[in-house]
Structures are given as C-alpha cells and as structure tokens.
Design a protein. Structure first.
Length: 504
C-alpha cells in the first residue's frame, strides 16, 4: 500500500514538471505576434542568459529552420512576394461586373463577439477619415457639402460608381443645388487628391492612374521617373492587354527586355485596386493597425504557400558567456567553494530557463505552421478564389484531426490571430463555421447559406420585400433546405431587418 502511494506521488511530480513547460508553450501559442514580441522582451530583461542572435546567427537559424520545414519561406522574402503579388487579379476579373465585389473582411456582418475582437481603441469610419481631410481644404460651404456628398456616394472599396449625371440630378432634386457635371468633376478631382491615392476613381483604370500620378508627384517610391512613365503608359494605352495579363504583348509594344518587363510588372502589382478597403471599416479595424501572424500567397496556378510573420520578434539563443561559465563550473565541481556552487546553481537555472523558453518559441512556430497549413488544406478553394461562399464547414475538431494537435491548442492558435491573403486580411476565426448535412448527404456551410440569403434580399423588389417564409422557400429552390426560423436567425445575425422595414 505504501509502495503504491509512493508511486502515485512520483507520478504526480513528473506530471507537474512536464506541465510547466506545457503551460509556457500554451501561453506563447495563444499570443498574437505583437504581444509575443513584448513577452520576449520581458523575458530577455528578466533572464540575462537569454539573448537575441546576431544577423549571421539568425541567418544560420533561418537556414536550419528551412531544412526542418522546406515549405516555409523567410518572412522578408515572403513579404516582398506579397507586395508584388497579383492583388489586381481580383479587380481585373471584376471588370464588367463592378456591382460584384470580392470579399474583404471588415467585420460588417460579424457577430458582437467578433466586433469586440477587432476593435482597437476608438472607432472611426472610413468615410469619417476622408471627411477629416476635407476639413483641411479651402472650400466654400456649397463645395464642402458637395464633396461630403461625393464621399458618401463612394463604394466600400473607395471607388465612385454612381455617374456624375446621376449625382447632379440628386443634388438638384433633393438638395436644391444646381451644378453642371463639369463643376462636379472639378470637386471630384479635389477629392481624388486625398489619401489614400486612388480614392474617388470612377473605374479601376482611373484608380491605378491616380496612384501612378501621385507617385510621379511625390517621388517617394523606389521607382524611377522612367519606370513611372512606363507604368502610366501601360495603364493608359495598354489597359486591355493589362487586364488580360498579356505581358508579352505589353513587353513587345514598349520594347522592353525580360528584366525591364519583370520590373514593370512587379511595380504595377504594388498598386492597390481597392484604396478604400486598405483603410478598413474603422481605424480600430484598419488593416494598417492589424499585424498579421500569417502571410498566405496564392499564385495564378492556384498554388497556395504560407509563411509566419516574424515581425519584430528576435531570434533567440542562450548567451554564450553564460554557457561557457556553466561549462567552466561543471568541469571543476570538486574544487568549488560554497559561493561558487551557488553561482553554478544560479547559472544553470538561468541557462535551463532560457533553453526552455527557446524550445517553447520553436514549438509555437511549429504549432502555428501546422495549424495554418491544415486550414489552407481544408479551405483551399477559398484561398484559390477568395469567394466566401466557397468556405466549407470547419470546426476546431477538423483542424485538430488534421494536425494531431489538441482541441485546446487549436483554440489557442485561433485566438486573436490574423492572416493576410490575396483577398484581404482575416481573423483566423473567419475560416471556422458550423454546417449541416442535407437529406442527399451534401454538406453545407452556414456561411454559404448566409451568402445566398443576402443575395436574395439584395435582389428582392424593395416595394414588396420577401417575408422569412418566402425567403425560406426561395432558399429551398436554390438547394438550401432551411426552415423559416433558421432564416430569421441568420437574417438577424447579419443585421438585416424584417421585411416591413426593408420596404421602400
């Protein structure tokens, strides 16, 4: 009996020792990159045996890490690839169907919990940011009113798709302001001088030309005057070939060699087809304020690659002076005085703690990489095309089974992390959604059903909006067998009012 009790005590001790390291790993896995950098700084301050690597050591570490995970790329290289990524494809494919828009997560249809998660500080709408800039312009009262009217007529991506003729009619009929389209265009040109460049453009072509012209005016980019001139000529005179990605024809027309053509293509891909989306729905949720933990890149052939964002996180090592001191002490154990033994114990504790922290950081890196690769595998169609309706039902358990990690670990990884993609920057939780199986065995995502519901409501006759019963029937005809109560629940979650309140 005593032996059995003694065994139990020994087992408890072993478990406690393991759980301390597991606890550290769990804490680090849960931290987004900005908080991780702060935690590392604190740890380095508290433990003199922990220090950051020099540049050469960090390079060697990168090479070693690449051997362990060959699919990962150094973040700096990945960031350069991301900047040169064909982000224009989404907009180019939308030419001729400007009323459709590729989804950029801005939290407009998120739950209250998601909203709280996204906000950092006071919120300021995208339109309010432009209105603040208007306050700095020298305008009379009427001009200011008209410019504010133009700003409120912009789409979420920052482009103006309402014709100036229509806006002139609206101002005359509803606001008693009689302006010609030429006068409106003059005010619009002033709006187009605001930040970000490209705002207020009436087409993708104008949006890109505005950005190129701003580059020429400010000359704060790395592009030379010659390169900027080639960019302008490409968009102004070869836009059709550009939209169809006929780079060989553009290269031939401009008389460029392969290196010059590649440089031109790279600079053009830096342009932003959605200047409004880059500002985010609110300052608190602005993409500029969120540091992504993952960088996911989608190639034209559908290949999806990912890398962890290293950000300001230093690469760590055990201090060489502490390691040498420990070796010195350990090689002379027999001749140590009491004071030196205490120094040996202190040094060993600090070195062990430093190594444990480094191991936990490496475990975090492996865990995050495994998780993100599993999400990409499960949601590959979304990363290929950027269509939210292609997101399949996925819960924590699915990713846990794919990675072999615990549910709790997947939950921690998914907490407060963001991923930058070709289609926008999303919280990791964006990719998780419930689903249900139809009678035919087809698996449907609630997100897909919500997208179909939104399409029905947006396309309905606003004089006779559809009731929840009618919406349920229409969804069934589309292959989404959901009950009226489910329709009502989804409608409320998306912030859409009942039929009588949608009536114009």
């Amino acid at each position: 009996m005593q032996s059995q009790i003694q065994e139990q005590k020994q087992e408890q001790k072993l478990q406690q020792s393991i759980s301390q390291q597991q606890l550290l790993q769990a804490q680090l896995v849960e931290l987004p990159i900005q908080q991780l950098a702060e935690r590392i700084e604190t740890e380095m301050h508290d433990n003199p045996a922990l220090e950051s690597m020099g540049e050469e050591d960090a390079l060697d570490w990168h090479n070693d890490a690449a051997d362990e995970a060959p699919q990962e790329e150094d973040y700096d290289a990945q960031r350069e690839r991301e900047e040169r990524n064909d982000a224009l494809d989404a907009a180019l494919e939308g030419i001729g169907r400007d009323d459709e828009d590729l989804p950029v997560y801005q939290g407009g249809h998120s739950t209250a919990d998601d909203h709280e998660e996204m906000v950092y500080g006071d919120t300021l709408s995208f339109y309010d940011q432009l209105l603040e800039q208007v306050g700095e312009l020298d305008l009379d009262d009427q001009q200011r009113y008209v410019m504010e009217y133009l700003i409120r007529s912009l789409d979420d991506d920052g482009l103006l798709r309402v014709s100036l003729h229509a806006i002139a009619d609206e101002l005359a009929i509803y606001h008693n302001i009689d302006l010609t389209t030429e006068q409106l265009e003059t005010i619009l040109h002033q709006l187009q001088q605001l930040d970000p460049p490209g705002i207020g453009a009436r087409s993708l072509q104008e949006c890109l030309l505005l950005q190129i012209d701003r580059m020429a005016q400010e000359r704060n980019s790395q592009a030379s005057a010659t390169l900027i001139g080639l960019m302008h000529e490409t968009i102004a005179n070869h836009f059709d070939e550009f939209t169809k990605k006929h780079w060989d024809k553009i290269q031939q027309s401009l008389g460029l060699n392969d290196l010059q053509a590649e440089t031109l293509m790279g600079e053009l891909r830096r342009l932003n087809p959605k200047p409004g989306a880059s500002m985010g729905e609110t300052v608190g949720r602005s993409l500029q304020q969120i540091t992504p933990d993952f960088i996911v890149d989608t190639q034209d052939d559908g290949t999806v690659t990912m890398a962890l964002n290293s950000g300001d996180v230093p690469h760590l090592q055990v201090s060489q002076s502490f390691a040498d001191l420990l070796k010195t002490y350990q090689s002379n154990k027999d001749g140590l005085s009491r004071q030196m033994k205490e120094a040996l114990l202190y040094t060993k504790q600090k070195v062990d703690a430093a190594q444990s922290f480094i191991d936990a950081i490496q475990t975090r890196r492996r865990t995050l990489t495994l998780t993100m690769k599993a999400i990409i595998h499960l949601q590959h169609r979304f990363f290929e095309e950027g269509d939210e309706s292609l997101l399949r039902p996925m819960i924590l358990k699915d990713v846990a089974e794919q990675t072999g990690l615990d549910l709790s670990t997947i939950s921690r990884v998914s907490n407060a992390k963001y991923v930058q993609t070709r289609w926008g920057t999303f919280p990791l939780k964006f990719f998780f959604s419930d689903g249900f199986v139809t009678e035919s065995g087809e698996e449907l995502s609630t997100r897909e059903i919500k997208a179909a519901l939104r399409e029905l409501i947006e396309a309905e006759d606003k004089r006779k909006p559809m009731s929840d019963d009618a919406l349920s029937d229409a969804l069934k005809q589309k292959g989404y067998p959901v009950a009226r109560r489910t329709v009502a629940k989804y409608r409320e979650q998306m912030g859409l009012p009942v039929a009588r309140l949608r009536k114009n």
